[in-house]
Write a protein that binds this ligand. Structure first.
Ligand code: ZN
Length: 346
């Protein structure tokens, strides 16, 4: 399928294998004098041809002349030398096979993109409202994945506030006696609800960051799905806990404004297309210390999500914070407590 990524950061990130077919199809339509095409189809076709041309004219030939080998930095942003990338939000839904197979699959692409550490949560098949048994299975998958590369893969323990006792036990099993470094909450219950409180009190005692899925969904959120406004309520009740507003609420302009006054909330910029302006606004409104890189892999690629940060024209200091230092700071108290015993996934 040929797609135009609305608001995406630049032609290089829009390239797809299907573009040549799309190009040919549109070209042949043009040669027929647009007969059989509506005005809207013709306009879209013209736009797509322009985009395809921009993509392919911006890709250097396979053996470029020496003078053309280094593209202008403003069009091809690079990762600053020595800058390390930690992914604050990724999953095991990519690839096939066991969780360890999927972890190896993920690391192959992490290596390709220079991503050093990846924070995982949930099993290969997401459970929206897991039973206590399913919670254990979801977290067992992450524990198995961590075992593949304990120095590179980290995990958030997945909880369901509808099962507070089982959730508290999972914190003990996966964090206190295990290698995980934070909490993941998805869509079982809106996070402003009171049953979250005992879990957050334990998070505060252990200084665990909490990664909460958030959306401002057009047409209304799913049952149990939290918005950034819900997260602000929870974070205000638990000022000792650091929260990560996952996806910046998807409608990131609203999300950034919603969480701005609540200083114990950071945002991750994972998911969706690589929209221009997302990271720029987050840094401007929240400060770069409250913005985290995440990929949401394998729902999204490392490359498309890194593009948001790399294209924002940020100084190296801010890039360093977003790509690594901010998530490292949030999990540092947990890593500092690690012993050889708890570092071992089991
Ligand atoms: Zn996710």
């Amino acid at each position: 399928m040929c797609r135009i990524g609305k608001g995406a950061v630049g032609p290089v990130f829009l390239a797809s294998k299907s573009s040549p077919d799309c190009f040919r199809k549109i070209q042949s339509g043009s040669q027929k004098g647009q007969s059989g095409l509506s005005r809207r189809q013709w306009l879209m076709g013209t736009l797509q041809v322009g985009t395809w041309t921009a993509i392919h004219s911006s890709i250097p030939p396979s053996e470029p002349l020496a003078a053309e080998a280094t593209p202008p930095p403003e069009r091809f942003p690079r990762i600053a030398p020595g800058l390390e990338i930690w992914d604050a939000h990724a999953h095991l839904d990519g690839g096939t096979g066991s969780p360890s197979d999927r972890a190896r699959f993920l690391l192959k692409y992490a290596d390709r993109m220079g991503v050093r550490r990846v924070n995982l949560c949930m099993g290969p098949k997401f459970e929206a409202d897991p039973t206590p048994e399913q919670l254990r299975e979801q977290n067992d998958a992450v524990l198995e994945a961590i075992r593949v590369a304990p120095d590179r893969l980290l995990g958030y323990v997945y909880l369901n506030p509808k099962h507070p006792e089982a959730s508290l036990e999972e914190i003990e099993r996966c964090v206190v006696r295990g290698p995980m470094v934070g909490i993941k909450l998805w869509i079982a219950m809106r996070c402003c609800e009171p049953p979250l409180d005992p879990l957050m009190r334990r998070a505060g005692e252990l200084r665990l960051p909490v990664l909460q899925h958030t959306f401002f969904r057009l047409g209304g959120n799913l049952p149990g799905e939290s918005s950034p406004d819900d997260l602000v309520q929870l974070a205000a009740r638990h000022p000792q806990v650091n929260f990560i507003c996952a996806h910046t609420g998807a409608d990131w302009e609203r999300g950034i404004r919603a969480v701005r006054p609540q200083k114990n909330i950071s945002v991750d910029v994972c998911g969706m297309d690589p929209h221009a302006g997302w990271v720029e606004m987050a840094v401007r409104e929240l400060g770069h210390q409250r913005v985290l890189f995440g990929s949401d892999a394998s729902g999204r690629t490392f490359a498309s999500q890194m593009a948001k940060v790399l294209s924002a024209g940020l100084p190296v200091e801010a890039q360093k914070a977003i790509f690594r230092d901010n998530i490292a700071r949030l999990i540092e108290p947990v890593l500092a407590r690690r012993t050889p015993q708890t570092s071992k996934p089991f």
